[in-house]
Ligand binder design. Structure first.
Ligand code: SF4
Length: 404
């Protein structure tokens, strides 16, 4: 591709993150947004405190909003549709967005509050239709503002995956529950890590693509993302009008040893939807040399069982909400678990709606409503998302009635 036709990605770092936002946005060409309806779509998926590298840093979103408002008289909206059982407004408030929500020039919307729009995806490999936010037809311009995160299921979660928040309510979960053995068999020949979830996410690219990607790496998230890893302060912003290009440069900075195959949904997007962009050599960065921004992050763990030798986690088609709950349970109660379980007599946990009887040990905790069809074959703990304290309580009760 000629230098002139390459998509541009700008990268800026500053301890004052609003300055980094300004520098990054000054270097890319944003179209005239005056008169348009513009959605700011941060990742505010959970009710958690700000600056944990879990939800988008409100200081970044505020800087983006101020930058755009100073230049374009647009109708600005901000919203998200969080993970199940999370109140959207409460998630924004707890994550530090109170000031922004009070601004008269910015309208907060809960993306789930209107009747959804059903979209057909004739080119989808496995996702053939999906319901998305009822606001969809109101948007002229969508800005994806994710946190730079490692992700236990997808390798990494960046600006394209952040668009999953436009999917209506629980329809998001359907992406986790496809079975397509023939398609997987074929794709695994070139992408060993691929799962049905990756294909379903990439299928979304046929109907939803952000117009502008601004990746928040003020506080990035390494390891067991999207919510159980560690935050890493990078003070960095990555911006592009090409979402795939922005995501590729975010990976070049955070996982310099990876190829796109390590984030299969991006590889699929590059093969089937944007075939001209395969690697950072197809992208023009500003500055040209981004080596000074490279900060390798801890990748997501391959398996919980490798990390916790006295825990067997049977995870078949769970979503990240259940997996995060389990991982937090293990992280917060390691001492207790080490006291009561060994690698010879481990704690057996199962999550996900693909669990079958033959996957289970005789003493398995079946966690989450997705496992309810196997409730006769273990100790069932209901919830969607199941609650960490309830799981611990049931484990303790069972230990007392039936000590190992
Ligand atoms: S039960 Fe767990 S895996 Fe199933 S949808 Fe709910 S949170 Fe996701």
């Amino acid at each position: 591709m000629g230098e002139k036709r390459k998509p541009i990605v700008s990268v800026a770092r500053n301890i004052d993150i609003s300055k980094a936002v300004h520098v990054a946005l000054d270097k890319i060409e944003i179209p005239n947004l005056s008169g348009k309806t513009v959605l700011l779509k941060p990742n505010v998926g959970r009710e958690v405190d700000p600056k944990l590298g879990i939800n988008t840093n409100p200081e970044v979103v505020e800087a983006i909003f101020n930058y755009l408002r100073d230049r374009y008289e647009a109708n600005y909206l901000i919203g998200d549709s969080p993970i199940i059982n999370t109140d959207t407004q409460k998630a924004f408030e707890q994550s530090g967005y109170n000031n922004l929500l009070k601004d008269d020039d910015l309208q907060f919307i809960d993306l789930d509050e209107l009747t959804p729009v059903k979209k057909e995806i004739p080119n989808g490999k496995i996702l053939k239709s999906i319901r998305i936010t009822g606001y969809w037809h109101d948007f002229d311009y969508v800005i994806s503002i994710p946190v730079l995160k490692m992700h236990m299921h997808c390798g990494a979660s960046l600006s394209f995956k952040n668009m999953k928040g436009l999917i209506y309510r629980r329809d998001k979960i359907t992406l986790h529950h496809f079975q397509a053995p023939e398609i997987i068999k074929e794709l695994k020949k070139s992408m060993s890590k691929i799962k049905e979830l990756d294909i379903a996410i990439a299928d979304l690219g046929n109907i939803i693509f952000p117009d502008l990607a601004i990746i928040d790496a003020s506080y990035a998230h390494e390891g067991m993302g999207p919510s159980s890893g560690n935050l890493v302060k990078l003070d960095t912003i990555i911006a592009s009008t090409n979402s795939l290009a922005a995501d590729i440069i975010a990976l070049a900075i955070s996982q310099p040893e990876w190829s796109l195959k390590d984030v299969p949904h991006l590889k699929l997007l590059s093969e089937f939807i944007l075939p001209s962009i395969n690697s950072s050599s197809d992208i023009k960065t500003i500055p040209d040399d981004i080596n000074e921004f490279v900060e390798p992050l801890e990748p997501p763990p391959k398996s919980i069982t490798i990390k916790y030798k006295n825990v067997n986690l049977i995870d078949i088609d769970s979503c990240s909400a259940c997996l995060s709950t389990v991982f937090n349970l293990l992280k917060h109660n390691k001492e207790f678990i080490d006291e009561h379980y060994t690698s010879e007599k481990p704690l057996n946990l199962a999550i996900g709606n693909g669990i079958k009887k033959s996957d289970l040990y005789s003493d398995t905790y079946l966690i989450g409503n997705c496992t309810s069809n196997q409730k006769e074959n273990g100790t069932f703990i209901q919830g969607c998302t199941p609650v960490e304290s309830t799981i611990l309580k049931m484990i303790k009760e069972k230990l007392m009635s039936d000590p190992k």
